[in-house]
Write a protein that binds this ligand. Sequence first.
Ligand SMILES: [Zn+2]
Length: 325
Amino acid sequence: MKKIYGGTALLMAAITAVSLGVTAFTGTYRDKAHEEFSIVASFYPMYTAVLNLTEGVQDVRVSCLAQPQTGCLHDYQLSPDNMITLQQADLLVLNGAGAESFLDQALDQLPGLPTVDTSTGISLLESSSHHHHETEEAQEEAEAETIYNEHIWMSPARYAAQVEKLMDQLCAADPSRAEAYRANGEKYLETIRQRQVRLETAAVSLPFESCVIFHDSLAYLAEDLQLHVEGRVAMGEESVVSAGELEEIADAIRGKRTLFLYDNQYPVAYTYLTGYAAGSYTAVLDAAVTPAEGTADKDRWVQAMDYNLSLLEQAGAGSGPSGEP
Ligand SMILES: [Zn+2]
């Protein structure tokens, strides 16, 4: 049943009476074609993607399981509210690649919930984080399984593959609106591929022999840019970055032109490292994991990627805030 807004009390009473009559007559029958389709995205980047595919499509409700301000899901814990949201969903959209490990138990309890894992079929990098476990047993177990880098949406080519997977599965799950989803999807894919081309162009003019990344979100971009990653600092995923780790990185970049890539979710900078490089450029990039003021949620990935591209193009032109490369 649709909610009815703005009627007078009398009119509402009359409608209620009629509705009750109809209900009595038709029993529990609900007209499937006019029912709302509820899509739940696991976190903000998936929410952004779903909003693009569903733009202007009637009777579709989109919600974001983790509050949009959450950012990366590394420490996320399922709330009781989340469980209710999942129970009411017609389709759950996941980033995959381990991002939603907090959902493992919940999904066991909801075996009937259609779910899209947008990472399926995408080549993944390994995560640089190595969590420390209390017992030796747990430590060995953790070392036996590969932890993948979940930040695939940061690579335009991989993000396009995610959106394509989402489009196909959404059309299959809700075929009555498939035509509209597909039209939106093709338009959005075109927009993403334009950024992919721009990134490939930027990659050609980057004069760096090495790269240091300060969160795993930068790893896929670095790969797309064909940069040699000499150092990875798992900021935000481990509480302490050891002095030994930083020393290793300093040694690895000594005398090399180096690009330093930070994620603006974690505002700590190891600026002294630039002193070891033979010229450097520091870029603080936007992983599009939270909303930005003045940008519609739907446009957030494109806005962030355009910002990142403008910095990388500046780095290529050699006119950066931290001096010439
Ligand atoms: Zn992250």
